[in-house]
Design a binder for this molecule. Sequence first.
Ligand code: NAD
Length: 378
Amino acid sequence: MSSETTNRPDRTFKVVGLPGDGIGPEVYASACQVLDVVQDRFGVHVQLDPQLIGGAAIDASGSPLPQATIDACRQADAALLGAVGGPKWDGNPVDRRPESGLLKIRAEFNLFCNLRPIVTHPALHGFSPLKPDRLENVDLMLVRELTGGIYFGKKWRKGDRAEDVCSYNREEITRVTRAAARIAQQRDRRITLVDKANVLETSRLWREVVHQVIADEFPDVQVENMFVDAAAMHLLNRPADFDVMLTENLFGDILSDEASMLCGSLGLLPSASLNEEQFGLYEPVHGSAPDIAGQGIANPYAMLLSVAMMLRHSLDCPEEADALEQTIFACWNEGILTRDLVENGLGTQDITEAVCQRLSARKSSGHYSGNTPGLHLQ
Ligand code: NAD
């Protein structure tokens, strides 16, 4: 047996695979190959159950989130998603658009806590539009509330008028604040609460609740307030100053895409969306990239880093998560990169093989540096 972990209890997990649309199936295939190596090398058995979501699901069943996918997720420890969407479905009514499959799975499984780590790596500083000196020591965790706010509020349109309602309650803010505080306790114990409390009533409720929860339950964590417009500016001006950034759904969506530019490409950023039962949906931050789909050039690193997050947070395998992340960083140091970063860069399959080779050859040191435990929200 090639695994060095034969003395550990057998670790077998069920994961629903959701390849989706566009480059989704391409980066998902990369994840499957790497998970095979994780099994051989570390004895972590991930049983993948492929299901439909997004445009592929609409074509097959008429629904962007079929009941079979929901049922499979109920039996699973986690779900791993490629990406959804594409021009083919852009004209569909709202409930038959691929993206509504994503909103539904978040709501169905109460995936209220979205984690987006933004870490710059010295080997990639040259690929960011920002000056390299701004990028040193950037290591921030964006915690975005994912099941409330304007994306889930009432919407209507009548003639030339339309309205989207933004609503939050105390409980929704409390639980995501606790998640952010637990993460802060594993880091530098600083939270920046991003809002628009000078204008929005929901933001004023956020401030009241966040400060109360931190004062009552996490007195070792500091909170600073920042308006979202200022946060957008400071993310570019002094990104290394942030530790944990906590914000609501809409602001988090926008700020995380902005923050992706610190790292050099959208193709490098992973994400996790968690509920209180430790079930998580893991996916790259990027979309289905229809402009490059089918060409074998999609950057798979965001997907592979999402696999590492899944190992850490839903499968309780932080050492394996760490090993995969360290292998990816070693590849970056060696200049093993795709075309979104370098001219004549490698294809998806070349990158995947490079990661697999290095991961299976990785020596066990008995412990891994920077081994961050998983986040348990209950
Ligand atoms: P996108 O993230 O798909 O692409 C933006 C740009 O980044 C494109 O030029 C694309 O080629 C490039 N890019 C993205 N990921 C890449 C990767 N891994 N490797 C190399 N280059 C990459 O965003 P978009 O173009 O605004 O949206 C395309 C579709 O994706 C839309 O239908 C949108 O609704 C959907 N979308 C889905 C998700 C999701 O599934 N979570 C997220 C965002 C957008």
